[in-house]
Design a protein around this ligand. Structure first.
Ligand code: DHE
Length: 561
């Protein structure tokens, strides 16, 4: 017995030294790593892999990456194995070149050595990161400008309604860009790989969440808008929203954490933490999950409630914030791997992608029940989706897909008698508009006749740099394809400049598209005239590094999409 263990250790050491995949696969023992290698790999894993595969590597949008995991068919035969079974060479190939299953290639992001390191790392048992208590949250809280020292009225002359909060992903900043003049009014330091911005009910405060869990509160009334409070809500986060029910204007905020799996409720104008709630528990299949991450959060306008979508469990929580000490939560079963979503036109139903289940779940926030679970094409990714009145099927909500070449239109109910005749279509997929895979965001506006969709994750450079535009009055007309990279007039680069996230101006007349280049490339925002589809303005600046999401104050405040 002793000899076997010694033998295996010797084999592992030899395998690590020689980088021999064969030896590792035979030994089925994780490759040895030095402490420094582990630290480096841990950082890369957090920055590049955890979002899709989870910190504990149990899988969500991405596959399970545990060393000893296996998938069996109904007869008990193993059909898929964990990372140890896949082994070093196969893992290096998958990480480098990606897969048909949706894994992107990392050979243009990571070096050959880093890819080798990551292949080794994921054959080792996952590290369990520390927890983060209410006290930790409280200790991280900083009020930079107390409420009584803030302006009593707007101190600048910007048209705040048409201000855009723009994510500068790789610098951990947001740029506040004046939608009327297209000038950058302020660049504000926020969390690492900053993700999204949301608005308070009044439109005065912008809440920005970084992937490192740092939540920043920006006061738009200041002469130069700046951060007035900060809170670290966890180690890894993606979502934030505010209280939007009448009487709770700017009163509370809520932010969701990926790790630890929990959400934090805080005061809206100071970010003082009030409550931390864990989301660990059972999946819709009845299995315990140790890492059910908080995905999208949205605020209801018809009840004092947030819709909190829990990714791994597939449970949708309606969190009633009218009594935070005695918190009431309705738990609605839907489908696993909830991600992003948005309201239907009536703002009664919230539609959320259960992306790795290829479904859209619709919650009726009036009755507090699941309204529908709609099967769709592969990996729906709506962003917040887009609402319009289809010429044949009435009110529809649209989602694009990361994994399929269509935009799906789902019929949504309406109380308006003029749409009563479309009732028979409700919650059915009424049309799939031909697009290309790799779409992330779709968008339209109640005042627009156009429907926009990007494709930044498409492997084809031209497609990733372009957007498609449909005429909603006649969807059979060929869609316009706008090559945003070419339209920007920026010099061509070998690296892809991804055209991502269409966002309308407050009046619905312009569409802003980010051109997301590499960290050292010049990026831009290209502004199109929505009526003519002609370029109106290209916003570039050396400080405009890796722009991605753009959040128009008025549209975000009122959930217009
Ligand atoms: Fe996002 C929304 C999670 C990668 C840009 N993204 C969301 C939401 C979630 C999420 C849960 C919904 C928030 C809400 O409404 O409360 N995003 C994740 C990930 O887990 C993922 C896949 C991987 C990761 O490691 O983070 C990921 N997201 C990205 C990007 O790489 C994008 C394209 C560029 C970037 O800036 O990071 C990106 N995500 C966005 C944007 C939104 C978003 C712009 C908001 C859309 C909107 O219109 O509201």
């Amino acid at each position: 017995m002793k000899r076997t263990v010694v033998g295996m250790l010797a084999l592992t050491a030899m395998a690590a030294a020689m980088g021999s995949a064969f030896a590792q696969e035979t030994a089925k023992v994780a490759p040895a790593m030095t402490a420094a290698e582990k630290e480096q790999a841990k950082k890369i894993y957090f920055e590049r892999c955890a979002g899709c595969h989870g910190v504990l590597r149990k899988g969500a949008t991405g596959k399970n990456l545990e060393p000893h995991w296996s998938k069996k068919d109904k007869d008990g035969n193993v059909t898929e194995g964990g990372t140890l079974k896949l082994g070093q060479q196969r893992l290096e190939k998958i990480i480098g070149y990606g897969t048909d299953g949706g894994m992107v290639n990392f050979d243009d992001i990571l070096t050959k050595e880093e890819i080798g390191l990551m292949a080794k790392y994921i054959q080792n048992t996952p590290d369990v990161p520390p927890e983060y208590s209410f006290k930790d949250t409280m200790d991280s809280w900083k009020v930079i400008v107390p409420v009584d020292q803030r302006p009593k009225k707007q101190m600048n002359n910007f048209n705040l309604k048409n201000m855009f909060s723009v994510t500068l992903r790789d610098t951990g900043e947001v740029a506040l860009i004046d939608g009327d003049t297209k000038e950058i009014r302020s660049i504000v330091k926020t969390g690492y790989a900053v993700h999204i911005s949301r608005l308070s009910k009044s439109g005065r405060y912008v809440y920005v969440i970084g992937r490192d869990g740092r939540l920043s509160l920006i006061d738009l009334w200041m002469e130069k808008p700046a951060v007035v409070a900060e809170l670290k809500i966890g180690f890894d986060a993606r979502s934030v929203d505010t209280s939007k029910f009448k009487g709770y204007d700017d009163k509370y905020a809520i932010a969701g954490s990926y790790w630890p799996p929990q959400y934090v409720i805080m005061d809206g104008d100071t970010l003082k933490p009030l409550k931390v709630v864990s989301t660990r528990g059972m999946t819709v299949d009845g299995e315990y999950h140790p890492e059910p991450r908080v995905a999208s959060i949205v605020s209801s306008e018809i009840k004092p409630e947030w819709v909190v979508n829990i990714k791994e469990t597939g449970q949708i929580l309606l969190v009633d914030y009218s009594d935070i000490k005695n918190l009431k939560t309705t738990t609605i079963e839907s489908a696993k791997f909830l991600h992003d979503g948005g309201w239907d036109a009536s703002k009664r139903y919230f539609l959320v992608a259960a992306n790795a289940s290829n479904k859209i779940a619709a919650v009726d926030t009036k009755t507090g029940k699941l309204a529908a679970l709609v099967d769709t094409a592969k990996i729906p990714h709506p962003g917040r989706g887009a609402n319009f009145v289809h010429p044949k099927f009435g009110p529809v909500w649209a989602t694009g897909h990361l994994g399929a070449d269509v935009v799906t239109l789902i019929s949504t109910p309406s109380d308006n008698p003029k749409y009563a005749k479309y009732k028979e279509y409700n919650w059915k997929v009424v049309q799939e508009m031909k697009h290309v895979p790799g779409n992330l965001f779709v968008k339209t506006h109640p005042k627009s006749k156009h429907f926009w969709a990007d494709a930044p994750q498409n492997p084809d450079k031209d497609l990733a740099e372009s957007v498609a535009v449909w005429d909603m009055a006649d969807l059979s007309k060929p869609k316009a394809i706008l090559n945003v990279a070419k339209d920007s007039g920026l010099p061509p680069t070998k690296a892809v400049k991804r055209a991502v996230h269409p966002e309308y101006s407050a009046d619905g007349k312009e569409v802003w598209i980010s051109l997301w280049g590499g960290k050292t490339d010049q990026s831009a925002i290209v502004v199109y005239d929505d009526a003519t589809l002609k370029v109106k303005k290209v916003i570039t600046d050396p400080k405009m590094i890796t722009p991605t999401g753009k959040f128009n104050v008025y549209n975000t405040q009122h959930d217009i999409y």
